[in-house]
Design a protein around this ligand. Structure first.
Ligand code: GLP
Length: 235
């Protein structure tokens, strides 16, 4: 595990962009949440300068049952951040179908597609409870893409995107499983702010355990963890 601690999240985002640009990145795994937004801004700049282009991308997760036009649906977030500015198009940016009639079947189909494509580099954020994607504490450490019930901590954390109402945050999602995520060739995780410090400590120094799902990353051969000083305070 390669760990970089930066004064600010902006510096970390620039360093993260450098890693993405230098590593094979034809098929990217992309995260949502607020953490990777600085990185996406750097990648858009690099694309404009002709230094970066992705052929396809697979999202980590999507809410189940969220209105297709909802601005906080992860497909819509990623379209705003990446389409037409990183080499990606509506056809090459893939997200789980959160509005499928059968979300379990949609999750299995998505998992198959990711396996066939093979992710070169997976960008990750970190939940304050140690989730990656939406793999909440207590789940399997080798899971495939599946339907997950969100932890109440996560619904509270994400309420800021839903009018500060945790009840307005969808209760379930489709997420890549930990086993799926671990198949990416390179993992690049970003974590910013004091609210992530406990999870970062477990990620880097804790025992591998389903209680802190991110700890499975200790078993991956090529991991980069980039944080600001606040998130690294427990290291
Ligand atoms: C969300 C997403 C994760 C993200 C995490 C942290 O629930 N499903 O992929 O990494 O929570 O979000 P943020 O970056 O906004 O703190």
């Amino acid at each position: 595990m390669d760990i970089g601690i930066f004064h600010t999240s902006d510096e970390a985002a620039r360093a993260a962009a450098q890693i993405v640009i230098e590593k094979p990145h034809s098929t990217l795994g992309v995260a949502t949440g607020s953490t990777p937004l600085g990185l996406y801004a750097e990648l858009r700049k690099a694309w404009q300068d002709g230094r970066f282009s992705a052929s396809s991308a697979y999202a980590l997760d999507e809410y189940v049952g969220i209105d297709a036009d909802h601005p906080e649906g992860y497909r819509n977030v990623l379209r705003r951040e990446l389409l037409g500015q990183t080499g990606l198009t509506g056809e090459t940016l893939h997200t789980p179908d959160g509005n499928a009639e059968d979300p379990v079947a949609a999750a299995a189909a998505y998992d198959f597609a990711i396996g066939a494509a093979g992710v070169d580099l997976q960008i990750l954020g970190l939940g304050s409870d140690g989730h990656i994607g939406f793999n909440e504490p207590g789940g399997s450490l080798v899971s495939r893409t599946h339907v997950e019930v969100l932890a109440s901590t996560t619904r509270h954390d994400n309420a800021r995107f839903f009018g500060n109402d945790p009840e307005a945050v969808p209760a379930t999602c489709i997420t890549q499983g930990l086993g799926t995520i671990m198949e990416a060739k390179v993992l690049l995780l970003l974590a910013f702010g004091a609210g992530k410090a406990e999870a970062v400590t477990h990620l880097v120094e804790g025992a591998v355990s389903a209680a802190w799902p991110c700890t499975i990353m200790q078993m991956h051969p090529e991991v980069y963890v980039l944080t600001d000083e606040e998130a690294a305070v427990g290291l």
